[in-house]
Design a protein around this ligand. Sequence first.
Ligand code: NAI
Ligand SMILES: C[C@H](CCCC(C)(C)O)[C@H]1CC[C@H]2[C@@H]3[C@H](O)CC4=CC(=O)CC[C@]4(C)[C@H]3CC[C@]12C
Length: 369
Amino acid sequence: MADSAQAQKLVYLVTGGCGFLGEHVVRMLLQREPRLGELRVFDRHLGPWLEELKTGPVRVTAIQGDVTQAHEVAAAVAGAHVVIHTAGLVDVFGRASPETIHEVNVQGTRNVIEACVQTGTRFLVYTSSMEVVGPNTKGHPFYRGNEDTPYEAVHRHPYPCSKALAEWLVLEANGRKVRGGLPLVTCALRPTGIYGEGHQIMRDFYRQGLRLGGWLFRAIPASVEHGRVYVGNVAWMHVLAARELEQRAALMGGQVYFCYDGSPYKSYEDFNMEFLGPCGLRLVGARPLLPYWLLVFLAALNALLQWLLRPLVLYAPLLNPYTLAVANTTFTVSTDKAQRHFGYEPLFSWEDSRTRTILWVQAATGSAQ
Ligand SMILES: NC(=O)C1=CN([C@@H]2O[C@H](COP(=O)(O)OP(=O)(O)OC[C@H]3O[C@@H](n4cnc5c(N)ncnc54)[C@H](O)[C@@H]3O)[C@@H](O)[C@H]2O)C=CC1
Ligand SMILES: C[C@H](CCCC(C)(C)O)[C@H]1CC[C@H]2[C@@H]3[C@H](O)CC4=CC(=O)CC[C@]4(C)[C@H]3CC[C@]12C
């Protein structure tokens, strides 16, 4: 009996396990994956919070490494049953060069796939993004779409380009023979804009509001809706997908799934106010205060300044032509594919997700009231 229980213990590897999403995946695995025997957390920057996890019943191995280094990835993957590849360079602000974004997101993913093939790891879950689909450069709305909704996906920005290519690599690798002769089973999860504890952009907006005396100013029409999903539910979806890949390989292998939950459809700014409002901020204006052409002009000016100042200093404001286009284009998903394919139901209700996020913003910014 003890032997068979022992035999079922699995080794999981989470790349990017110290990031915003990665930390939630790591904690979720420890809480909700009974077959977990060892958890390897691979990241370029290891978080100090990992130490406290090492005292629990599951062996937690922290691995400082870089996904662009094939040998480091192969060493981390060797002996793992499942890889959750969430490491990525999330940059739509021009902080990193297009080459670096490609290197981390595309070559890094290639290294993970090759490591699985070489070392005999059979199950790979990839954190893709809604950005793989859109919004496209033409600003076409994607309204309540699902995984089969036709949409003209046209990318120019390095981040969505890299995520699209990496996702394609992962899906194409499904069925490849890994060491030992068995097939690799892969799937990709596409979160919309993730929010929750640890969301840095939310904190940036809060700080911006404080600097402006507690006010934020509406820039985008309230009618432009954004799909948002709570980080705990995204983590849960990863854990479930990873767990079910073996039993449902024929159904799930090579598939993509949007990440969704019960979060309401709202504009980016109105959605943020669900958390920032209770922290004391107010959003001014039922309509955008500035005309759209002026925002386009300011975004272009920011891009020009970024380019001019690059030799001297990194200037990377939130507003640039790409973020403006994303923020100003409706992109919402409505699907039950993950529920049908692997029984996903959100673990956290909207009320719960909202409360947790508010408490985090209050604690992270010292605004509890
Ligand atoms: N934040 C969001 O709204 C969304 C994020 N995603 C995807 O989710 C994943 C996680 O994103 P976040 O947690 O938001 O970002 P994050 O920046 O908080 O986490 C990414 C993690 O990857 C690590 N990393 C970066 N480069 C690395 C490298 N070369 N080698 C090893 N580790 C490296 C970072 O140190 C970080 O801990 C990414 O793949 C991203 O594309 C997808 C959709 C939405
Ligand atoms: C920063 C944007 C909001 C500022 C707009 C302004 C300056 C007019 O107020 C954010 C609006 C939409 C965000 C993106 C969206 O949630 C989809 C994403 C998916 C990812 O995979 C990565 C992050 C992001 C690109 C996200 C980034 C910030 C926004 C552009």
